[in-house]
Design a binder for this molecule. Structure first.
Ligand code: PGA
Length: 249
């Protein structure tokens, strides 16, 4: 059985107090979520250490949104995977389209980050997804396939640990969701691509959908056979909405 996961990507939102209140809200509503759904939240770096204990007690996974592509040393402003593990993070989002677009992340830097995250026993939530022009040019399969190269180069043991998030860039923060048919089509393509290298393990890989997922459209998306949950941006900033999405399986 594949793990069902709903992960909240807070991006660069919330002061510490706001983040603490959001976690309190999520924790207080969590009892209404089925036991087989794993909840994960990814607050900004500054909040991780102080939120870790309450989340751990509540059985909610703590994730970072990024990490450095170096182990340690003279990289002013960077945060290492080891530091994240040391404050209780269990997951790290990598390769989000905003990181690829605004911070120039490439397959090469992402391969370094994925390796460091795995070495520190964190689970990478590895994001892929095409831009609007790429979809319109019918290049979405090819684009996603080339982004998946990073995880196709992992060892079988490491590959078995990862989570994939498919997030079409044109659907992120735009209110424009992929249809459930579009999501299923590309999720199935992702699984097929992964299974060509990792036959059995790819059946167990959780593939999350992200991009304007909300309490209204989540049920239809999550009902697709190859959609195993969601990576949620805007709707994850309101506890009731995040929980309602997690109740949509
Ligand atoms: P959104 O963001 O739900 O606000 O579209 C999703 C994401 O970028 O992870």
């Amino acid at each position: 059985m594949r793990k069902k996961i709903v992960a909240g990507n807070w991006k660069m939102n919330t002061t510490f107090d706001e983040g603490e209140a959001l976690v309190k809200g999520i924790v207080s509503l969590k009892a209404g979520v089925a036991a087989d759904v794993t909840l994960v939240v990814a607050p900004p770096f500054t909040h991780l250490n102080c939120l870790a204990e309450d989340l751990e007690k509540a059985g909610v996974g703590l994730s970072a949104q990024n990490c450095a592509n170096h182990e340690s040393g003279a990289y002013t402003g960077e945060v290492s995977a080891k530091m994240l593990a040391s404050v209780g993070a269990k997951y790290c989002i990598l390769g989000h389209s905003e990181r690829r677009e605004y911070y120039g992340e490439t397959n090469a830097t992402l391969a370094e980050k994925v390796a460091l995250v795995l070495q520190n026993n964190l689970i990478p939530i590895f994001c892929v997804g095409e831009k609007l022009a790429e979809r319109e040019a019918n290049r979405h399969f090819e684009v996603v396939k080339s982004q998946l190269e990073v995880v196709l180069n992992l060892s079988a043991d490491d590959f078995a640990k990862i989570v994939i998030a498919y997030e079409p860039v044109w659907a992120i923060g735009t209110g424009k969701t992929a249809t459930s048919a579009q999501a299923q089509e590309i999720h199935a393509f992702i699984r097929k691509t992964l299974s060509e290298k990792f036959a059995a393990a790819a059946e167990q890989t959780s593939i999350l959908y992200g991009g304007s997922c909300n309490p209204k459209n989540a049920a239809e998306l999550f009902a697709q056979p190859d959609v195993d949950g969601g990576l949620i941006g805007g709707a994850a900033l309101v506890a009731e909405n995040f929980i309602a999405i997690a109740q949509s399986f």
